[in-house]
Ligand binder design. Structure first.
Ligand SMILES: [Zn+2]
Length: 333
């Protein structure tokens, strides 16, 4: 199903205007990747006087939708210069190879540690298949098409690229993954943060603004590195952030404070459960659930508990698994 032109099945004022594409200032658009549910994974498009860049790609299933949006905006396939991948987790970069087959001029931009996984996704795919199984991996991500090495630009910390006169600056931002980059776009004073600046679903917006929480998914969550990366982003004084999950958030300073607090609360909770043997997973999971429900209530969120948990179920499970990996890693080092 085409995620872009399919009308909402159950129109919901919280999401209906944001299901497919959201246009922002400075030529920035969020395209819904159509991954799992609307409003979960955003593919960002940056347009600068005839040239374009795409930040994160969703999966192979997202490619037709992206091409359809480019067409409606009169952006030809050869007008796209860059496919920027914040990191190579498959909800962000799984569709990169398939998308680039349709964009003849585009080069992929990725952390030096991520580059080999783009040109040879075997190891990445094996890891994901071990978690989800072959059938579910195919359903979620489709085929993973390799990106030819000569079409990859490795982005070390401080790299600057030019999008038709618009400077794009890349920072090395570990914490969620060791191969994570964030991109600063000076024209919009915005960072494109992948997963480094957490997750913020538009359904949780209230009159107090956005609600954000960190992602600690397996297998490279590193709280100290994540704290430092968030501080580095804020050190550039951005006025807004574009998150893959999902879209634009303002007020980065307040949100950074919330993220720092939540990272500490998550790790404290994991440490508390560390000695609980077979109950550990359940205790961390229930603790995260409780913590997030309390924080959302304080934020003024009026969604009922069932809806909140429906929106967060997958993140709570993945965050639990990631915290467990972090605990085990600490124990053996
Ligand atoms: Zn992600």
């Amino acid at each position: 199903m085409d995620p872009i032109i399919t009308p909402p099945v159950h129109p919901d004022p919280q999401t209906m205007n944001r299901r497919h594409i959201t246009d922002y200032a400075h030529g920035i658009t969020a395209i819904d990747a159509g991954y799992e549910r609307p409003g979960l994974v955003a593919i960002h498009l940056i347009f600068e006087r005839g040239r374009a860049a795409i930040v994160d790609t969703g999966t192979m299933h997202s490619v037709d939708g992206v091409m359809a949006v480019l067409a409606t905006k009169d952006i030809a396939p050869h007008d796209v210069d860059y496919v920027i991948l914040t990191h190579v987790h498959l909800d962000h970069a799984g569709g990169a190879g398939a998308l680039m087959q349709r964009l003849p001029q585009a080069r992929a931009v990725v952390h030096p540690r991520g580059a080999r996984h783009l040109s040879d996704p075997t190891q990445l795919l094996a890891g994901v298949t071990a978690v989800y199984g072959a059938h579910e991996t195919m359903r979620r991500f489709g085929q993973i098409v390799p990106v030819p090495t000569e079409r990859i630009i490795e982005a070390p910390d401080g790299l600057r690229l030019d999008l038709h006169g618009r400077e794009l600056l890349f920072l090395d931002t570990p914490g969620h993954a060791r191969h994570h980059i964030c991109m600063f776009d000076r024209a919009s004073s915005a960072f494109f943060t992948g997963d480094t600046f957490g997750l913020s679903y538009r359904e949780f917006d209230t009159d107090r603004g956005e609600f954000v929480f960190p992602t600690t998914t397996p297998v490279q969550f590193d709280p100290l590195a994540l704290h430092a990366s968030i501080d580095r982003l804020i050190g550039m004084n951005p006025i807004q952030m574009f998150l893959t999950h999902y879209g634009r958030v303002g007020n980065p300073g307040r949100l950074a404070g919330d993220l720092h607090e939540s990272i500490d609360a998550f790790t404290a909770l994991a440490l508390q459960a560390a000695g609980s043997g077979p109950d550990r997973h359940r205790l961390i999971r229930e603790g995260l659930q409780q913590l997030l429900l309390e924080r959302l209530a304080r934020h003024g969120c009026r969604l009922d508990r069932a809806r909140v948990l429906e929106l967060m179920e997958m993140d709570i499970e993945l965050n639990t698994q990631g915290l467990e990996v972090w605990l085990d890693h600490r124990r053996t080092h």
